[in-house]
Design a protein around this ligand. Structure first.
Ligand code: NAG
Ligand code: NAG
Ligand code: NAG
Ligand code: NAG
Ligand code: NAG
Ligand code: NAG
Ligand code: NAG
Ligand code: NAG
Ligand code: NAG
Ligand code: NAG
Ligand code: NAG
Ligand code: NAG
Length: 578
């Protein structure tokens, strides 16, 4: 058994080294960020997936334009996934000559000096040069996404990925339009080695994601199986979606694919959606209604900044209930002329829009930055709708770090809402507290009464309970309620990590950490193939070490884990050949 364990440990060490080598030039998430991202995911379990606010990136603008449409782009692409980017905009090009979807924005001509399908070709097209590798197809990206998903399919790390397709067609150079025959000779030939690459239909491009995809068919099943009689708030929407918890942990889904832009199917000579496309992809204005907004729309940006975020203009009549129920999958994307800055990026997240970076350069600390690692590293800490960012550029009160030993030793275990978001504070300090309506989570009462976190539970009026903002829109409504009241920041909400340090939960001081229960093979077996269970448990325990680090309030925890591991060894490791 010991030999077996050692082998597993060696194997995982090798894996860790490989990952590190891969990400050599990439930032990694700090421990604080991982805790914050997980806590934010955990509190939003009950929120429908269409109300999630996540950080997005246009893969073409930030990755391909810089590194080419080839395997050299993969380390950066994986870097995005590993940093917790959850919305990926992917531009697909329909090649009318080969009838295939490709990532490269130009067709491959036959007159190339080399016809090798795995070398980089410099393609001249419409006055631009693209570095393209013919066998770098949409499936290549999907294979990376699939590997990321299988590698993070644990209760600790599973997240929801949104893949947004933009469907483009090649714009034919005016110069050659006159002689279509020549074009066909150059680009369309049955003997072309490029003709066999790629997939002919959209649903084929994502077939690798198979069971992890939540499809329009799944949505139909979901809507047919849930009853409208349920009084749960989000059930009142005309277009209901499963909660994050059901999506990830019951249905075991990890991703959705939606078409947000389409200049291809409007011309029936090019491409028609197949019935299988319609069953796997959400088509905007077809099977789903998305809310897409451009940062170039200055009126929209001003509405968010002036009407929602400026506390001197609070319009207490803003209908957050309607926004939460009637708008779905809200995105705000920029471009080269309207690139996000810190203020606008934060503003969009606070207003409930998933920001999508789509510009080639960003001004970071007064410096024009086009290195994707630097850009992502800068924006990820600003990307939480819940937690206050700790960037030097955004003022934030409170000063405890998740990693701070003094946090462990004092009772700094409870969450306060400041002007810029959540921060941990000392549970015994007295502050006003947020009372949330039991039937409408966007309705709050904040009274000028100060209590400790422990006493806040008993302090709310009838029909209200000590509350928590579980989504960006609930957070925005809470911020407005605080601004409209006679109370100053900060304000207690019902989130703490009292039971297990760095495992943030809601439901008062005695709420359990969900991960306590997951480190049993039964819980994991549902998510991971049995042969990996042992390895994953060992890895989990290693990675949990920091989370479940000895904790002065409950020093017997170390013994508890030792016992758990021993029990586990007895029951599970026996019978494994060593
Ligand atoms: C695309 O292909 C179709 C069928 O092969 C052809 O009729 C059409 O002219 C082509 N369009 C362009 C712009 O080449
Ligand atoms: C191949 O054909 C294209 C289109 O006519 C032309 O622009 C390019 O220069 C040619 N390349 C080679 C290597 O002949
Ligand atoms: C198209 O090609 C023909 C002969 O190849 C030429 O006479 C004609 O001027 C061209 N038309 C345009 C618009 O370039
Ligand atoms: C899609 O294209 C990839 C790469 O060419 C290929 O390996 C895969 O089998 C295709 N998938 C389907 C369903 O045709
Ligand atoms: C209604 O809410 C319940 C939870 O209270 C949930 O299980 C169910 O799926 C919801 N139904 C719809 C249509 O959203
Ligand atoms: C798309 O559908 C139209 C109408 O049914 C048909 O005429 C056309 O040929 C189809 N296009 C393709 C590329 O199959
Ligand atoms: C797929 O959906 C589109 C619109 O959403 C529709 O026009 C088309 O006919 C559908 N195709 C099939 C094969 O059902
Ligand atoms: C969807 O509908 C809205 C309004 O009805 C429209 O502004 C938008 O352009 C449509 N989007 C697509 C992709 O058709
Ligand atoms: C999209 O919104 C329109 C108008 O609100 C509605 O009629 C339509 O049913 C919605 N589509 C879907 C797929 O829910
Ligand atoms: C908030 O709005 C007030 C009044 O419209 C304005 O004077 C003030 O400059 C605004 N503050 C910010 C930070 O935009
Ligand atoms: C991204 O930027 C390009 C050009 O800069 C623009 O055409 C496109 O609409 C933008 N949006 C998305 C979502 O990619
Ligand atoms: C936080 O800041 C306050 C004063 O602003 C200081 O007294 C306190 O020691 C700081 N705490 C930590 C953990 O740095």
């Amino acid at each position: 058994m010991n030999l077996y364990l050692i082998r597993i440990l060696l194997l995982s060490a090798v894996q860790v080294c490989l990952v590190i080598a891969d990400l050599e030039n990439w930032p990694t998430r700090s421990f604080d960020l991982q805790v914050q991202q997980r806590a934010q995911r955990d509190v939003s379990y009950s929120i429908p997936i269409d109300q999630s606010t996540q950080f997005g990136v246009s893969v073409k603008a930030l990755v391909f334009e810089e590194y080419g449409y080839s395997t050299s782009a993969l380390p950066s692409f994986n870097g995005l996934l590993n940093m917790g980017i959850e919305v990926l905009t992917i531009d697909l090009y329909y090649n009318n000559f080969t009838s295939k979807w490709q990532l490269c924005p130009a067709p491959f001509p036959l007159n190339q000096t080399s016809t090798s399908i795995s070398t980089i070709h410099n393609l001249e097209w419409n006055g631009k040069t693209y570095k393209c590798e013919p066998d770098f197809t949409p499936s290549t990206l999907m294979a990376e996404i699939r590997d990321f998903i299988t590698g993070t399919n644990t209760n600790m790390d599973a997240n929801y990925l949104q893949i947004l397709y933009r469907l483009n067609h090649f714009t034919y150079p005016k110069r050659t339009l006159n002689s279509t025959v020549d074009l066909n000779k150059i680009y369309k030939s049955t003997s072309s080695p490029y003709n066999v690459l790629g997939n002919a239909t959209l649903s084929d491009t994502m077939s690798l994601l198979g069971p992890y995809l939540f499809t329009p068919t799944d949505l139909k099943t979901f809507r047919a199986s849930t009853s409208e009689e349920d009084r749960y708030f989000y059930n009142q929407s005309d277009e209901t979606f499963p909660s994050l918890e059901q999506f990830i942990f019951t249905d075991l889904k990890r991703a959705t694919v939606a078409v947000i832009y389409d200049e291809v199917t409007s011309n029936p000579a090019w491409y028609n959606y197949t019935s299988s496309d319609n069953q796997t992809i959400f088509i905007n204005n077809g099977s789903v209604n998305l809310t897409l907004t451009s940062m170039a729309d200055s009126e929209f940006v001003q509405t968010c900044v002036d009407d929602y975020l400026n506390s001197s203009n609070i319009d207490s009549g803003t209908d957050f209930q309607r926004l939460s129920l009637d708008t779905h999958f809200r995105y705000a994307y920029d471009d080269d002329t309207s690139a996000f800055d810190d203020t606008k990026f934060r503003a969009m997240i606070r207003c409930g829009y998933s920001p999508i970076l789509n510009s080639s350069t960003y001004s970071i600390d007064d410096f024009n930055q086009n290195n994707i690692g630097e850009i992502i590293n800068h924006y990820v800490p600003l990307s939480s709708w819940a937690w206050s960012p700790k960037s030097a550029n955004v003022k934030s009160e409170g000063n405890y770090s998740m990693d701070d030993e003094s946090k462990d030793n004092e009772a700094v275990r409870c969450v306060l809402v400041y002007e810029h978001g959540w921060y941990v504070g000392n549970c015994y300090d007295t502050y006003p507290f947020a009372c949330q309506h039991s039937d409408n989570p966007t309705e709050w009462i904040i009274r000028n009464v100060k209590k400790s976190y422990f006493d806040a539970e008993k302090g709310c009026p009838k029909d209200y309970t000590f509350g928590i903002s579980r989504s960006s829109m609930e957070m925005l409504s809470l911020m407005e309620a605080i601004a409209a009241s006679d109370v100053d920041f900060p304000v207690w909400i019902d989130v703490n990590d009292i039971t297990v340090i760095n495992c943030f939960v809601t439901g008062g001081p005695y709420a359990d950490c969900p991960y306590q229960r997951t480190v049993s093979t039964k819980g994991l077996a549902g998510l991971i193939a049995p042969s990996f269970v042992v390895a994953v448990v060992v890895l989990l325990l290693l990675s949990l070490e920091k989370i479940f680090r000895v904790n002065p309030i409950q020093t017997n925890r170390k013994r508890f884990w030792k016992k758990k591991i021993n029990e586990h060894n007895k029951t599970e490791y026996e019978g494994v050949p060593s």
